[in-house]
Design a protein around this ligand. Structure first.
Ligand SMILES: C[S@@+](CC[C@H](N)C(=O)[O-])C[C@H]1O[C@@H](n2cnc3c(N)ncnc32)[C@H](O)[C@@H]1O
Length: 203
């Protein structure tokens, strides 16, 4: 993704003040929701900000679209495998993982519905999906985000007014919990891949 290729070398420095004030704490809380000793996949791992927080895993895979982001992430790996992939077309067979997670990613994926369908496909039924995302808050604050979205979408392809939990639910994930942060501008979303219905199970 061209925008993130050009942002990659500034990314860690630009985010450092936010990491210090609240992001690092929210990352801790998000990754603490993942199961231990299983197969996990991160979508849009960026420069690898979450790598040091990965739980002990049988296998951990970090996917990212931008090659420039991957080049930086490669200097921070902790035994995880780095794979270049579009979140909308993940190169893994069905039911490959026990859990998937993403932080600040579904705001930039062009079609989040398609990406959530992919997550649902590659995570086994009963598996967990954990997301930390900035989202559209309710009320006047939400209207401000609608305006902001016009600029962020045009300049950095970042959608500021997505209702991410709703999109995930529409794509077939079961939402288990939404922790509201920053007056509703950020959500920590815990979801689960549902067991197949009898009809689906029988093809
Ligand atoms: C705001 S950054 C977040 C990076 C990292 N997850 C973090 O928390 O610091 C958004 C990331 O999503 C990635 N991204 C955007 N579109 C994507 C897509 N279609 N598939 C996979 N990753 C994508 C970008 O390249 C970028 O690394």
């Amino acid at each position: 993704m061209a925008v993130y290729d050009s942002l990659a070398r500034f990314y860690d420095q630009a985010f450092a003040p936010f990491e210090r004030r609240f992001l690092a704490r929210w990352r801790d809380e998000t990754l603490a929701m993942l199961p231990h000793g299983s197969d996990i996949v991160e979508i849009g791992s960026g420069t690898g900000a979450n790598f040091s927080l990965y739980p002990p895993s049988r296998c951990s895979v970090s996917t990212e679209f931008s090659i420039k982001m991957i080049e930086i992430a490669a200097t921070k790996t902790v035994g995880n495998h780095l794979v270049q992939a579009d979140g909308q077309a993940l190169p893994f067979p069905d039911n490959s993982f026990d859990a998937a997670f993403a932080t600040l990613v579904f705001c930039s994926i062009p079609d989040p519905h398609v990406a959530f369908r992919e997550v649902k496909r590659i995570v086994r039924p009963g598996g967990r999906v954990v997301l930390l995302e900035h989202v559209r808050p309710e009320g006047m604050f939400g209207t401000a985000f609608d305006v902001l979205n016009v600029f962020t979408k045009a300049v950095i392809q970042d959608h500021f007014n997505r209702r991410t939990a709703e999109i995930a639910a529409n794509a077939g994930l079961m939402i288990r919990e939404v922790r509201v942060k920053a007056r509703g501008a950020v959500n920590l979303i815990v979801a689960e891949v549902p067991e197949p219905t009898l009809l689906e199970a029988n093809g």
